[in-house]
Design a protein around this ligand. Structure first.
Ligand code: GLY
Length: 396
């Protein structure tokens, strides 16, 4: 009798523990990530060749430091250091961070937030390395040179040739540019110079005005005239000018969440929530919450998914869930579903597979037939960021 009682109590305890268990074991995921990234590191001895993706012939695709993705590998190494506290990850992260340093003077790209803030910003946050702020501040200055006050936005590309018409525009701004503003806020805080912050706010306000449709989906490319009026609304990486390119929606969601974090202006919170709701309520979002590369891709359901968009959206939603009490649970659970899907064998590579990247099935640019259904270094970066955010929130 007593034995049966003990047995019943033990079963109950196990059941309670099981139901309290989170659907993602972050420690296990990050232990795997560390093993996989040890291999990625070992296969990349030369710090002028940054891991990016896989070529169509299956070989590793590497890119130079001037490519917009050069900061993600160092950034991911910092996330592994943050989790493991192991000195070998710090050494590797420092090496791959330093490898991007020269891009601080690059004024030909708007991507300096991605390129510099992911490695140097995370490195500074974790180590307070006194050499890093100067690089970030110079990067913010270089980025600021692309802002024309008469237009009121940071220029993304120097020119853009629209598909179809072939017309060339000289002041194109892409929704992705919202991701470069965090660097500017950081630069204002460290220098005490409010001009970087003001510039970020002006860019975000004009993007809010011109990039979004009434349903809160966004255009990819808005082309401006010299007086700040809009010349055209186009796409470069989406299925059509009027479509909702999945990663673009995720960049906007992440960007306006950061805008709210940095300013506490409720209009940015409202915008982030609207974007989240467009994304999560979209009839073409599959049950596993990994979007097709474009919400309006013409061949759905026979279209590629984009794990990178899901990783960005998951990380953004975890932060947004902290700012929006009414939606806290809904956003957290949606992000959790995304991370569970990404961590499943459908999207996550096995050890030594996938050219040693973590995630499979991302899309760089389908219209350009470039990086379609491949690993992408930034999918891994935002997946790792999302896992760390998830773990921090699960502890609360
Ligand atoms: N331009 C960045 C991206 O492909 O999302």
């Amino acid at each position: 009798m007593l034995k049966n009682l003990f047995l019943a109590a033990a079963c109950l305890l196990l059941a309670v523990q099981a139901s309290a268990q989170k659907p993602i074991n972050v420690d296990q995921e990050l232990a795997f990530a560390a093993q996989q990234y040890q291999r990625l590191l070992a296969s990349h001895p030369d710090t002028t060749k940054f891991p990016q993706s896989t070529n169509p012939d299956g070989s590793p695709r590497d890119m130079p430091s001037s490519w917009w993705c050069s900061g993600f590998f160092g950034g991911s190494l910092w996330y592994l250091y943050e989790h493991t506290k192991a000195p070998e990850w710090k050494t590797a992260a420092e090496r791959w961070t330093q490898a991007v340093a020269k891009e601080q003077y690059n004024t030909r790209t708007h991507d300096l937030g991605f390129m510099l803030y992911c490695p140097f910003g995370n490195g500074y946050r974790l180590t307070k390395n006194s050499a890093y702020p100067a690089v970030l501040v110079q990067g913010a200055k270089s980025l600021s040179t692309r802002f024309d006050p008469k237009v009121g936005v940071i220029k993304s590309w120097d020119t853009f040739k629209a598909w179809g018409t072939g017309q060339t525009y000289n002041y194109p701004v892409i929704i992705d540019n919202m991701m470069n503003l965090e660097l500017l806020f950081w630069a204002s805080k460290i220098t005490g110079d409010p001009s970087f912050r003001r510039l970020a706010i002006t860019h975000a306000d004009n993007t809010l005005k011109n990039h979004f449709r009434p349903d809160f989906s966004s255009f990819h490319v808005v082309c401006y005239n010299p007086d700040g009026s809009v010349a055209a609304k186009k796409t470069a990486q989406g299925a059509a000018d009027a479509s909702a390119w999945a990663r673009g929606q995720a960049w906007g969601l992440y960007g306006y969440t950061v805008m709210y974090r940095e300013t506490k202006d409720p209009k940015y919170l409202a915008q982030a929530r609207h974007i989240a709701d467009f994304y999560l309520n979209h009839p073409n979002l599959p049950a596993d919450k990994i979007p097709y590369w474009d919400f309006n891709a013409p061949g759905i359901p026979k279209e590629e998914r984009d794990a990178s968009a899901a990783a960005v959206a998951a990380s953004a939603l975890l932060e947004l869930s902290q700012y929006s009490k009414p939606d806290q649970k809904r956003y957290f659970q949606a992000a959790e579903t995304m991370l569970v899907s990404l961590a499943s064998p459908a999207y996550k590579a096995k050890l030594g597979e996938n050219n040693n990247f973590l995630l499979k099935h991302s899309v760089g640019s389908k219209p350009a037939k470039s990086e379609v259904d491949v690993p992408l270094v930034y999918a891994d970066y935002y997946f790792l960021e999302g896992l760390l955010r998830y773990q921090a929130l699960a502890k609360k």
